[in-house]
Design a protein around this ligand. Structure first.
Ligand code: NAG
Ligand code: NAG
Ligand code: NAG
Length: 524
């Protein structure tokens, strides 16, 4: 008894030390700030709690952070510059073209990260890691880091759980009420929309398994020779997703998927000029930003002019994130190349947020209870704004329809009808009403995986099955084959039975001396 107690104490101490100061590798190499920020904030928190983190990323710190080592891959930044500039035009491309170019782009970034000299140096060093955290965005080949360093892997996704990442965890996504990430469908779908959702998911899943994963697997082979990528991939321990029921609604989640939406929101003091501007706006402020990837200066000239006209007609002040000079701005409009968006949205005078509907922006708006006018451009922005509109805290404007008239009427609707503010506030209350803050929850689960060496108990048996077994394709094909064979067999039997029966009848009628009479001719 005593010995048992003693060994338990030792075990607990060992476990706690194990989680107290772990060596963690973070792969956060996507050259886009909206992908970088969540893993970065999590990494900084882990470092401040005594873990030693090494982060592969494109945004190295200027002043060294304690317990935090950068492995810079700044060479990744130019890889998507061209794509960023084309983004306003991309909406008109077909879905397929967008998907193929997305898979190709992410493969290039994955490969160039692995071949970066700093990363090669790390791979060839004798460094040891207890855990690998990967910002997951079509870069599955990175699970090789876990294999290489013999450490469990955690994914962090800037998105919600969806077809983009759910396959790794065999997370069920019923097509009848979970809509695709890139479209405008919401959770309530009619018959035709459910057909559309099924087809969209099927195309997407097919591309994932027959185009994207083989591509990543090739890259994986260039640095891991003694394993198959899919085996290592389906062994991933956990995924932290940037979602919460208040933002993205309720969907089924396996125990290895943890929602941490809101983790990136942390406020600090506003710069003096913005503080004064916001404080003095007694009629309220409208904040306008299209996020970090889209540049408003890339908008068409007439679109920009109509936006300014719409703004000039309202009594509220406007704060517009605009990257260069904008001549003839009306008196109530202040432009700024950069905004501390969270701190601005936190100000009580902010009445409406005009946004592209990126996930981070949407969550920030909900966090501070600010209603939206959404102008989605590509990717998940469409479904984020569709969801926000369905949940009653947003009015949507299609980019092609953006004009003085549509913007004015959308602003007017959100400013004068109190239901938008009320719905946003209700969502905000839900996001704040949690057992742990998103950051505490993320830290708990990361340390849980370290303490339990990969936490295999969180996985469902689904990850051990091939995709067609998970989806029951093999069973359905088998049953269809059995039914088909039975029908064929039955009709053959039936055919020969009928022939026999007809033979019998002829013989019988002949025997009794009946004559065959043509019906209808009788008695005429
Ligand atoms: C760095 O990690 C050590 C433990 O390894 C911890 O004692 C220290 O507080 C950490 N430093 C900071 C500034 O968080
Ligand atoms: C799966 O992960 C666990 C924990 O990291 C590890 O011990 C095991 O070897 C891995 N299995 C495979 C097949 O990679
Ligand atoms: C990855 O990059 C290396 C070095 O630039 C190149 O030789 C290799 O062909 C690339 N591999 C793939 C799969 O693109």
């Amino acid at each position: 008894m005593k010995i048992e107690l003693f060994s338990r104490i030792i075990l607990i101490t060992v476990l706690e030390i194990g989680a107290e100061s772990a060596n963690i590798l973070v792969v956060n190499s996507m050259p886009s700030y909206s992908h970088f920020i969540i893993p970065f904030k999590l990494t900084k928190e882990l470092a401040s709690r005594g873990h030693h983190v090494t982060s592969i990323n494109a945004y190295p710190q200027r002043t060294k952070l304690p317990n935090y080592t950068d492995v810079p891959v700044v060479e990744n930044i130019p890889l998507i510059e061209e794509m960023k500039q084309k983004m306003f035009a991309r909406g008109s491309n077909g879905m397929f073209e967008n998907l193929f170019s997305l898979f190709d782009m992410t493969a290039v970034i994955t490969n160039s990260t692995l071949y970066n000299k700093n990363v090669q140096k790390l791979l060839n060093s004798d460094k040891k890691f207890d855990l690998v955290i990967i910002e997951h965005f079509f870069n599955d080949a990175f699970v090789g880091f876990g294999h290489h360093f013999n450490a469990p892997v955690i994914f962090v996704s800037t998105q919600a759980a969806s077809a983009m990442n759910g396959y790794v965890f065999a997370n069920p996504l019923p097509f009848s009420y979970v809509s695709g990430n890139g479209g405008t469908l919401t959770k309530h779908m009619n018959f035709w929309q459910r057909i559309q959702n099924l087809l969209m998911h099927s195309v997407f899943n097919t591309l994932i398994h027959f185009y994207h994963l083989p591509k990543q697997s090739n890259i994986f082979k260039s640095y891991v020779q003694d394993a198959e990528m899919v085996q290592v991939l389906y062994n991933t321990s956990l995924m932290l997703t940037n979602s919460h029921v208040s933002v993205s609604g309720a969907i089924p989640l396996v125990p290895s998927i943890i929602e941490i939406g809101g983790l990136h929101v942390t406020t600090k003091r506003l710069p003096d000029d913005l503080q004064t501007f916001l404080d003095n706006a007694v009629e309220g402020v409208i904040v306008f930003s299209m996020g970090s990837n889209l540049k408003c200066e890339d908008l068409k000239l007439e679109t920009r002019e109509s936006i300014l006209k719409a703004f000039s007609k309202i009594k509220q002040k406007v704060l517009w994130k605009y990257e260069s000079n904008l001549p003839d701005t009306p008196e109530n409009v202040k432009i700024s190349p950069w905004l501390p968006q969270q701190d601005v949205l936190a100000h009580p005078n902010v009445k409406v947020f005009v946004t592209h509907g990126g996930r981070l922006s949407t969550i920030e708006a909900i966090y501070f209870g600010v209603p939206l006018v959404g102008i989605p451009v590509f990717g998940d922005q469409l479904s984020n704004i569709a969801t926000a509109a369905a949940d009653g805290y947003a009015v949507k404007i299609n980019l092609e329809e953006l004009s003085e008239q549509t913007l004015s009427s959308a602003l007017n609707e959100v400013l004068t009808n109190p239901r938008y503010k009320e719905a946003a506030q209700e969502r905000s209350n839900l996001l704040h009403d949690q057992l742990l803050t998103p950051m505490e929850s993320a830290i708990f689960w990361v340390e849980h995986v370290i303490r339990h060496r990969g936490a295999p108990h969180l996985k469902t048996a689904g990850v051990d099955l091939k995709w067609y077994q998970r989806e029951m394709v093999d069973v359905i094909v088998f049953l269809l084959a059995v039914v088909t064979i039975m029908i064929l067999f039955h009709s053959l039997l039936f055919e020969s039975a009928r022939e026999k029966k007809e033979g019998c009848l002829k013989w019988y009628t002949g025997k009794l001396g009946f004559e065959e009479v043509e019906v209808g001719k009788e008695g005429v």
